[in-house]
Structure formats: C-alpha cells, structure tokens
Design a protein around this ligand. Structure first.
Ligand SMILES: Cc1ncc(C[n+]2csc(CCOP(=O)(O)OP(=O)(O)O)c2C)c(N)n1
Ligand SMILES: [Mg+2]
Length: 333
C-alpha cells in the first residue's frame, strides 16, 4: 500500500465512523421512542448517511448548516455532541435547547447548526438570510441548506433560490431526494426526473450526485464551496438516495414497494463504503471495530441523557423570547 492510499483509507475510515454514529444514533432513538422515552416523533436518517457526512466533511468549522425534520444526521455530521443531542431529543435540561426543542428543533449556533425546522422547506429562507448576513460581515463562511424532494415543491424554496441567486448568496442548496415525501412518490409531485435542472431557471448551477457515495458528496460540495466563497453564488446539489426506514418512528404503514426497498438496501451507503475499505486492504475486523465504537459512543450519549434532569415545568416559558442584551453577532463570531 502506498502512503497516499494509507492516508486515503484513514480518511474513509473516519467517514465510515461518522456514518455509523448516525446509524447507531437513529437505531437507539427509534428504540427509545418505542419505550416512550422520546415523545413527538423521530424521523430516521438511516440510508442517507453519506449525504450529510460527505457534505459536512468538506465544510470548515465556521461554515453553517440548516436542517429539516429529518435532521439528526446533519447534526452528527456537523460535529455536534451526541450527549447533548440525545438529551435534547429525550427532553432533558442538558439538551442543546434545554429539552424544549426536541428531535425536530435542535439548534447549536456555536457549532454552525442554525436550526432544524419542522416546517417543510422552512429553513431555506433562514439559510439565505444567514448567508447574506455573513456577506455583510465580510466573511466567506458558507451556509448549507438541506431539504427534501417534497420540500422542493414548496413556495418558500422558490423564493429562497431566486433571492440567493440575485444576491449571489454564499449558500449551497442540498436536495436530499429520497424519492418519497411520506407516502407520495416524487413521480406524483413533479414531472421532471432531476430536481437539479431547476437551478438553471434561477441562474446558478445544478448538479446530480449519488447521495449514497460519501466521496462523491464531498467532492461536489467542495466545488460548490469554491464558487460560494468566491462570491459567485449558490449551487443546487441533488443527492439521489433513499430512506431505509419508514417515514418516522411513529409511521406504522409504509406504502413503498418491497422490491424498491430491497434494491436500495443493497445500495446501503455504509455497506458500500465498508466494502470499498475492505477491497482497499482494510481488515474486516477493523470495520467491526468502527461499528462497535459508534454504538459505544451512542450508548454513552443515552446514559448521559437519561441521567440529565427533566426541565422544571415552572421554567417552560423561559427562552421563548431572547433577553434584551442577546447579541447574535457575538455568538456568531
Ligand atoms: C409546510 C409543511 N407541510 C407539511 C408537513 C408535514 N410533513 C412532514 S414531513 C413531510 C414530507 C417531507 O418530504 P421530503 O421533503 O421529501 O423529506 P423526507 O421526509 O423525505 O426526508 C411532510 C409533508 C410539514 N411538516 N410542513
Ligand atoms: Mg423525500
């Protein structure tokens, strides 16, 4: 093995670990939902791990993301603390939002996570506003906006894309096309094969990428980042992928054809990357260690979260409004 491929293999191992952390986190979250320790819902990112991990691997720590109802994977990939994430989802005081936000509203501005949004496509406007704010501050940090194929047909996304183009905003739109919006197949909500072609209508590039290939996701993001940092404006990346689980932990009926699900299971991004690593000479045992490490990290997070105190009901209205001296610019710098 040459030294270059050793470096490459190590990097891919790290990416696999991050993907496994997301998967292990989601598996435990679904179990905790069944045990009624998580209220509300959980929308697992299982099967889509390569998108968030590939995109976020290209980012700098001072770049930002916005997220969706299916946001745990984005947070893990951006480097948020698993313990505080799990505490948030379980509704405990040590959570990122002191347990007030829950699964669909994790926010960690200091770590570049501007917020998940249960309103489908809602965070797109926020992403463009944040990107423009960064421009006004003279910074070249970039905002990545994750959204789904269902979100692609929401009006706010059109406004956000158009405004981003006009402002040459330093934003990257990442459409996670998992072919379904709950029980609606993409073919029933749009007449085009590739959502990426819509970018041309706004005046910026659109690219289709294999959302199950972590290296490809990182590469297309790197190109979009160069463009955004140079002030040349947005890019739309359409990541083709699939969710391996039902829409949410609470969704008991899954209308998707079994053959379609099987075909995508065979293309599981974690399986593909593991296979690639083994073919490049990494020991199978090492792949097992990576999975075990991820599961141990998540077990530690669950232990921490369950030991965290429940919020005082009397404090439920705290943090609804920002204090008068709250300075967002200070938090961003
Ligand atoms: C504005 C709005 N409309 C409807 C919903 C209900 N809803 C929650 S998730 C979802 C499907 C979103 O599909 P997609 O954007 O493809 O994301 P995916 O769940 O496939 O990741 C819908 C319709 C919502 N949360 N917000
Ligand atoms: Mg979808």
């Amino acid at each position: 093995m040459t030294s270059a491929s050793v470096v490459g293999a190590a990097t891919l191992e790290e990416l696999l670990l991050r993907m496994w952390r997301i998967r292990a986190f989601e598996i435990r979250a679904m179990e905790l939902f069944e045990e009624k320790l998580i209220r509300g819902s959980v929308h697992p990112y299982i099967g889509m791990e390569a998108i968030a991990v590939g995109v976020c691997a290209a980012l700098r720590p001072d770049d930002f993301i916005t997220s969706t109802h299916r946001g745990h994977g984005h947070c893990v990939a951006k480097g948020l603390d698993l313990r505080r994430m799990m505490a948030e989802i379980i509704g405990r005081e040590d959570g990122y939002c002191r347990g007030r936000g829950g699964s669909m509203h994790i926010t960690a501005i200091e770590q570049g996570m501007l917020g998940a949004d249960a309103i489908v496509a809602g965070s797109s406007a926020l992403a463009v506003g944040a990107a423009h704010g960064l421009r006004l501050q003279g910074r070249d940090s970039v905002v990545v906006c994750f959204f789904g194929d269902g979100a692609a047909n929401q009006g706010i996304l059109h406004e956000a894309c158009n405004l981003a183009a006009v402002l040459s905003a330093q934003v990257i739109f990442v459409c996670e096309n998992n072919e379904w919006a709950i029980s609606t197949p993409a073919s029933a909500s749009t007449r085009i094969a590739n959502i990426a072609i819509r970018a041309e209508g706004y005046g910026f590039p659109g690219v289709v990428a294999d959302g199950n290939d972590v290296e490809e996701m990182r590469a297309v993001t790197e190109a979009a980042l160069v463009r955004a940092r140079a002030g040349d404006g947005p890019t739309l990346i359409e990541a083709k992928s699939y969710r391996i689980t039902a829409h949410s932990a609470a969704t008991k009926v899954d209308l998707r054809p079994a053959e379609e699900l099987d075909a995508w299971r065979a293309r599981d991004p974690i399986l593909q990357l593991s296979r690639k690593l083994v073919e490049s000479g990494v020991d199978e045992a090492r792949i097992g260690e990576i999975e075990a490490q991820a599961r141990a990290d998540v077990a530690d997070a669950v232990e921490f979260a369950l030991a965290s105190p429940r919020p005082d009901p009397g404090a439920a209205t705290e943090d609804v409004y920002a204090p008068a001296d709250w300075n967002v610019l200070e938090r961003l710098s």
